[in-house]
Each structure stands twice: as structure tokens, then as C-alpha cells.
Design a protein around this ligand. Structure first.
Ligand SMILES: *Cc1c(COP(=O)(O)O)cnc(C)c1O
Length: 510
């Protein structure tokens, strides 16, 4: 019953969409208008005296449409998209959590949106206070001494953090410390950031249980080690229980410990990277702290450091001075030892505002439930499905877990097929074919704010697909059947992007 309803809902949405497939140019009718602009008063004041040579001689090639057509066109296009506002999105390693609408209200306050980055310190005190307070909140949640909110993304944070690591070794007269140890289960951005930073990547192996192999690590620790990057719980959703020993070994070898905190979700309220011995970390505000993301943005990857490393953080830094009892003044300051500037101004303010609102909305007590609930949800889904899907690493997971495809692979149905079939039932696919440790990896992360009902629907659909894969494999192999577009060539879509109408007209097959 539930499944038929879901299928029906999905079909109705696409079939009723009369505008689907049409381009805005195809809806154009000569002479139709969708705007009424006020008279140009600027000419009167001689403010708009453009010389004729600069004026357009021919009318621009724009679609001529009425307002309703434009609104329906874009609204219908947006309905063809999948997002956290439309359905469950168990994309592992991405923490696709709900973005509370109050976040949008707060970052749309005109007092913030009308600010200009070149305004003087004295008339942006409110924005600087938000920036400063978020730095402090992140320090408290992570156990690190100071944060910069300047980096624009997780990978950008990694690069910034590694630059702190490099600056530290250079300041200590150790230019040869250029090797960074990274586990084979790490997110791809880790080795990429190290390479961009000019450092050398050394891979440490995982043990069969998915954690870092300490015996494989020991011989790698020499006088050229800059540090080690770790994700904990790791990309397989497993807590690295040897973390104290690993931290001790790397520190003894003179290296620094870097924590990839893109997904801090399972740790919130339970465990702090600073207390585990990490020296530098980044956090993805656009994952753990509820900013919606996907399709490349917007993001923010604050970097935190332990005491003693603050001076290397990028410029400018936001500091606070008590000018009288309980009254503060906020400064933008540059430090001489800083690694320099890594972004324009102070980073992505909209994302910072959303994260700050999210933290204040939950408050000190409620935020402690985030981690435990995310872990509970992940384990609930895992346990409910492990008879149908191959679970290579059994045991309690943290916020996410990995299946290695269907348990019964005899009909040749792959992880990709299952992911496509999920779309037919109105669910976004999990992360697939990552991490690379398993051939048919399917990485599932149900964040804390999903209800038990939603998780039960997802579980029912996943079981149903496993049964379909056995009884009617062709149905799954040819999925999706109900989506506006079928299987696309992802690689071609990324490499040969069509970004204008004219380009589209010249494409023969789509
Ligand atoms: C998402 C993610 C990153 C990269 O973050 P971006 O904002 O996409 O650059 C790094 N590490 C892990 C573990 C992640 O999940």
C-alpha cells in the first residue's frame, strides 16, 4: 500500500508537469512581457548618460514570456530536482540533514544582507559578533583553542589546516617534514589537499575491521613526517578505537594530528577531537551544522587549532576586546606569523549565519542529542537490512555504514541498479562505489532529524528492491522508470557541460 502510494505520488508529479522538457526559449512568444519597470529617472539626473558607442545596438536574445510562464517553468524545473526538502537523502559522508527554515530567516535579515565587505569595522560589529561567537561555539564543541571561519569548503579547510601544519614545521626549522600519512579509507579530498599544499602523501593500510593498522603505521613514522590526517569515526562509520595510541606515536615522531571533521555529527555532545589529542581540524558547516548543500555549494570549512598554533591561522582574524563591563568591541586583525590570506574577506557569511542559528536554536543541552540520535538511526537501518545486503563490517557503527551490494548477487543486479531503483520509490540514492575498499560499496547515512516512520519506509523499499532483484532483475537493471530523466552519462555530464541555450541546440543526442 505504502509503496504504491509512493510510486503514484512520484508519477503524478512528473506527468502533470506540462512544462517539463521545454526550454524557456521554446515558451517564448514575440512581444510577450513579464515585467513592468519603473520609468528611468536616472536620465533626468544625468546619471545614466552612457555614450552611444557603449549602448547596445540590437535587442538581446532573451525569451519573451509572461510572468506566470516564468514562474511555472522554474517551479516545475525545481520539482524535477531531489532535495532534503522533498525526500529522504541518505547520502553517506555528506550528512544531508534538514535545514531549519529559521536559518534562512536569520541570514536573510536585511541588517546582514545589506552589508558590504568593505565597510569599516565600526559599522559591522553585529556581523563580527556572529563570526566571533561561532568561532567560540566551535571551540567549545571540538575542544580546540581557536577557529578561523574563512575557508569556503571542507577541502579548502583541509588545505588551510595543512598550511598551518607546514607553517608550524617551517617556524620550528624543519623544512624536511613534508610527508603526510593518510589512511586508505580516507575521503579523496585528503590526499588531494595534501598534494595541493605541496606535501607528500603516504598511505597507511586499514585492518580487516576497517580501522587503521597500527603495525603498518609504525614503520612510516620518521623524521620527515609532517603529520597524519584522520577521520574518526572513519569513512566506514567506524570509531578508531586505537586513536590514543596513534596520536601518541605521531606526536612522538614530531608530527601533528589533523582531524577531518567534515562529518562531526556522530561526535556532537559525546566526544571532542581536541580531547582525543588532535592539533588541527576542519568542520563542514554545510554538513554537520545544517546548511543545505549539493551541486557544489555553498559551503564553509572552519579550521580549528590547539593552543600554540593560533598565530598561523589565516588573516584576517576576528578578535574581541572588553571595552567596559560586559560591552565588547570586535576587531579584524592580521597576524605576522599567519600563513596569509586564503579567502576574500571573512568567508561565506550566509553559511556562518545558518550554522550559528542552528547551534543557538538547539542550545547546549539539545545539541548533545544530535550525535547519539544519528548513531541510533544508522544502526537501526543497518540491522534492519543486513539480511538483504552484504554487511562486510559487522558491529556497532557510528553515523553511517557501508553495504557491499546485495547479499544475493546471483542475478547480476549491481549497487548502481539498486541506487537507480530507489529513485523510482522517491528516495535519493546513498553514496555508491565509495569508499573504494569494497567493489559494490553503498554508503548509507540517515541523519538524526529523520523520523522512525521515514526510516521504516526506506527500509521497506530497500527490502522490496532486494526481492525485485531476485524475482524480476530486469526491472531493477533498467531503473529508474518513473523519473523525468533515465540513466544519464555522469562522466559526460561533468566533462561536457552544456551551459547555454545555443550549445543545447547544437547537441544531437541528449
Ligand atoms: C565532504 C567531505 C570532505 C570535503 O568537503 P567539501 O566541502 O566537499 O570540500 C572532506 N572529508 C570528508 C570526510 C567529507 O565527508
Amino acid at each position: 500500500m505504502l509503496l504504491t502510494n509512493l510510486l503514484k505520488a512520484r508519477r503524478t508529479r512528473t506527468m502533470n508537469n506540462t512544462f517539463y522538457g521545454k526550454l524557456i526559449f521554446e515558451l517564448s512568444k514575440e512581444g510577450r512581457k513579464g515585467y513592468s519597470l519603473p520609468e528611468n529617472k536616472l536620465a533626468e539626473y544625468k546619471l545614466a548618460d552612457l555614450p552611444d558607442t557603449l549602448k547596445r545596438q540590437e535587442a538581446p536574445c532573451l525569451p519573451e514570456v509572461d510572468e506566470m510562464t516564468v514562474v511555472r517553468h522554474y517551479t516545475n524545473m525545481s520539482n524535477n530536482n531531489f532535495g532534503v526538502d522533498t525526500g529522504f537523502y541518505p547520502l553517506g559522508s555528506c550528512t544531508m540533514k534538514y535545514n531549519p527554515k529559521i536559518n534562512e530567516q536569520m541570514c536573510n535579515l536585511p541588517e546582514f544582507t545589506h552589508l558590504h565587505p568593505l565597510q569599516d569595522e565600526e559599522n559591522v560589529q553585529g556581523a563580527l559578533a556572529v563570526y566571533y561567537n561561532l568561532q567560540k561555539s566551535l571551540s567549545e564543541l571540538s575542544g580546540l583553542s581557536e577557529f578561523t571561519l574563512n575557508p569556503y569548503a571542507g577541502a579548502h579547510g583541509e588545505l588551510t589546516g595543512l598550511m598551518v601544519m607546514r607553517s608550524y614545521h617551517l617556524a620550528n626549522g624543519n623544512p624536511n617534514r613534508v610527508k603526510v600519512i593518510i589512511p586508505d579509507s580516507a575521503h579523496g579530498t585528503n590526499p588531494a589537499s595534501a598534494a595541493v599544499c605541496g606535501l607528500e602523501v603516504v598511505v597507511v593500510k586499514s585492518r580487516p575491521d576497517g580501522t587503521v593498522d597500527v603495525e603498518d603505521l609504525k614503520p612510516l613514522l620518521d623524521e620527515n613526517i609532517a603529520g597524519m590526517m584522520m577521520t574518526n569515526p572513519n569513512t566506514l562509520g567506524i570509531f578508531e578505537h586505537n586513536i590514543a595510541e596513534i596520536t601518541k606515536l605521531v606526536h612522538e615522531a614530531g608530527g601533528l594530528m589533523y582531524y577531518d571533521g567534515a562529518n562531526l555529527n556522530p561526535m556532537l555532545g559525546k566526544c571532542r577531537p581536541g580531547d582525543l589529542g588532535f592539533d588541527i581540524m576542519h568542520i563542514n558547516l554545510h554538513k554537520t551544522f545544517s546548511t543545505p548543500h549539493g551541486g557544489g555549494g555553498p559551503g564553509s570549512g572552519p579550521v580549528g587549532v590547539r593552543e600554540g598554533l593560533e598565530k598561523f591561522l589565516p588573516n584576517p582574524r576576528v578578535t574581541r576586546e572588553e571595552i567596559s563591563d560586559g560591552i565588547y568591541w570586535y576587531h579584524m586583525e592580521d597576524s605576522e606569523d599567519s600563513l596569509g590570506s586564503i579567502s576574500g574577506f571573512l568567508g561565506n557569511f550566509g553559511v556562518i549565519m545558518r550554522a550559528y542559528t542552528y547551534i543557538l536554536t538547539l542550545g547546549k543541552d539539545e545539541i548533545k542529542n544530535v550525535g547519539p540520535l544519528a548513531v541510533l538511526n544508522a544502526n537501526y537501518v543497518k540491522e534492519s537490512l543486513k539480511d538483504y545486503y552484504e554487511l562486510p563490517l559487522d558491529g556497532v557503527c557510528k553515523h553511517e555504514f557501508v553495504f557491499d551490494g546485495l547479499k544475493d548477487k546471483s542475478t547480476g543486479v549491481t549497487t548502481l541498479d539498486v541506487a537507480k531503483r530507489l529513485l523510482d520509490y522517491g528516495f535519493h540514492a546513498p553514496t555508491i562505489y565509495f569508499p573504494l575498499l569494497f567493489h559494490e560499496a553503498m554508503m548509507i547515512e540517515p541523519p538524526e532529524n529523520e523520523s522512525k516512520e521515514t526510516l521504516d519506509e526506506f527500509i521497506e523499499v530497500m527490502k522490496k528492491i532486494a526481492i525485485e532483484a531476485k524475482e524480476n532483475p530486469e526491472l531493477v537493471k533498467t531503473a529508474p522508470h518513473n523519473t523525468p530523466v533515465r540513466r544519464l552519462d555522469d562522466t559526460k555530464a561533468a566533462l561536457k557541460q552544456i551551459v547555454t541555450y545555443r550549445e543545447l541546440l547544437s547537441v544531437d543526442e541528449l
